[in-house]
Design a protein around this ligand. Structure first.
Ligand SMILES: Nc1ncnc2c1ncn2[C@@H]1O[C@@H]2COP(=O)(O)O[C@H]2[C@H]1O
Ligand SMILES: [Fe+2]
Length: 279
């Protein structure tokens, strides 16, 4: 059965403005590092950069890999880290999250695990692409059914799909083995709905922005840098990039179009271990 949506009172004639942060890979220990980067510090730097922009966002989307150690405290640390933004936060799980621990510990006055968000002329659907015990993803029938029922319930809203795994290959051999394994099927099936205008994910720790030519015109496909380490684009073997931690801003316009850009922390403070071969 379709669960209730969370609803924002944004007029249909106004844009919906989102901030996406993804893959913070936090630990219980705020001093802990992932391949030479203190992930608590890099998330704080991202939060400071967002704050400095004064972007009038309505909400924050956190698209998985919140934790690197499956601890309850890693989630508490995330909720504390984003508090300065004073934005409602909507989250979904990544392959490094345990959804049960995540749901228990992602607690705060405005922290939500809803699957559907109604805002302005849009419906945002928060999908679970994770497979227990595996780094790669899969879009299950339950999620396709959620998409179908959500669109049937709100047929006059444009739709943005949010998830963790990439339905298209990134041309990074080592990383593409962990993609959404039915990505082609996913794109084929979702592009049948004229309401769906875009899909947004994390997981690949790099920027991506392409149009997918679907049955009803273009659907925007977007991936966003991690708030910690970055993977080198187009690398067959595991390699890190020196790009700084980042995030994405999106403006979902009432006519179904969107304006979006990736931004990064200024400077070169966050330098991962160049010799790292994985984690
Ligand atoms: N050297 C490696 N080769 C293959 N997979 C890796 C390697 N290092 C890490 N991974 C996994 O690949 C995943 C890609 O992004 P994640 O943040 O999900 O976490 C990563 C690890 O689970
Ligand atoms: Fe990740």
């Amino acid at each position: 059965m379709l669960k209730e949506a969370i609803s924002y009172s944004i007029p249909r004639c106004e844009s919906v403005r989102l901030v996406q942060v993804t893959d913070p890979h936090l630990f219980a220990d705020p001093e802990a590092q992932l391949l030479g980067v203190n992930t608590a510090n890099s998330l704080n730097a991202v939060v400071n950069t967002i704050e400095a922009l004064h972007y009038p966002a309505h909400m924050l989307l956190a698209t998985g890999d919140i934790s690197q150690d499956y601890s309850g405290d890693s989630y508490h640390n995330f909720v504390s880290a984003i508090a300065p933004l004073k934005l409602p936060c909507h989250y979904l799980p990544g392959n490094h999250d345990d959804p049960r621990i995540m749901n228990l510990h992602m607690q705060g006055a405005e922290v939500y695990g809803h699957k559907r968000i109604l805002a302005g002329n849009w419906q945002i659907i928060m999908l679970d692409s994770t497979v227990t015990g595996k780094p790669g993803g899969h879009m299950g029938e339950e999620e396709f059914e959620l998409i179908r029922a959500a669109i049937e319930a709100e047929p006059y809203r444009h739709v943005l799909l949010a998830m963790h795994h990439n339905p298209v290959l990134m041309q990074c051999g080592w990383l593409d083995q962990h993609c959404m394994d039915n990505g082609e099927e996913f794109l084929r099936r979702v592009s049948r709905y004229h309401q769906i205008k875009g899909a947004l994910w994390g997981h690949v720790h790099q920027e991506f922005d392409r149009d997918y030519d679907g049955e009803h015109g273009n659907m925007r496909l977007m991936a966003t840098p991690s708030t910690c380490i970055q993977f080198k684009p187009l690398s067959d073997y595991f390699a890190l990039d020196s790009c700084q931690p980042g995030y994405r801003l999106l403006e979902l316009k009432p006519d179904g179009s969107m304006h979006t850009n990736v931004y990064r922390v200024p400077g070169d403070r966050f330098a991962p271990d160049a010799k790292a071969s994985g984690y």
